[in-house]
Ligand binder design. Sequence first.
Ligand code: GLP
Length: 245
Amino acid sequence: MDVVVVESAQEVAREAASRVTDFVRRHPTASIGLATGGTQLGLYRLLTDAYRRGQVSFADNRFFMLDEYAGILPTSTNSFQHVVRSEFLDHVDAAPHSLHVLDGTASDLHAEAQRFEQILRDSGGVDLQLLGIGTNGHVGFNEPGSFPNSRTRPVRLHDDTIASNAPYFSSPADVPRAAISQGLETIMEARSILLMATGTTKAKAIAEMIDGQITAECPASILQGHSGATAIVDSAAASLLASRV
Ligand code: GLP
């Protein structure tokens, strides 16, 4: 895994936006896996700006959601598909049906996961997957203990994930306890991966992901085995890396 350390959260977003823009220019029909979380928002803003300046077009891309809360309506501002539409896709020239969602309101989430995996397979897989990281080292909603061979499936959220995501809800009690997420093996099949992390709250997870053993206790550590993965982190998130302390 390549690691790029820059000074600030703004620079993380800038570096990621320049890489995504280059990638899409070189691969205009690429499939892109979209993540959510506060860390992605700066990137989506800069990609929107680049589109408005005529520097990039997303007209021929397909998009795949990384994960979604269970039981949250797609129209809710907490729905991950709502976030990627309202923060990014609605502002660029993405084709109307180019986003493949995970439906967290499906009555059978296992069947929904299999439907999504089938579409992913039929379309040839993800070319570029965007990722954040949880304070506990999760990627997507693959919590500690997730198997390396996990595929898209319904998952239970850990207490620390519920606590981290509580600020996005009116009360911690409103945070869903379950979700549906691409699995670790699904994520690892993406041809390229771009993970962003900012702030001291991510420093421990970033150190374990990069310097630690590959272990289910830090799901993101599996990315050490991906030759096309790059982590872009700010100096706060990098502060516990062996090369920095
Ligand atoms: C959620 C998402 C993850 C994301 C994480 C980090 O838990 N399921 O995919 O990596 O948030 O969020 P933030 O960027 O807000 O720290």
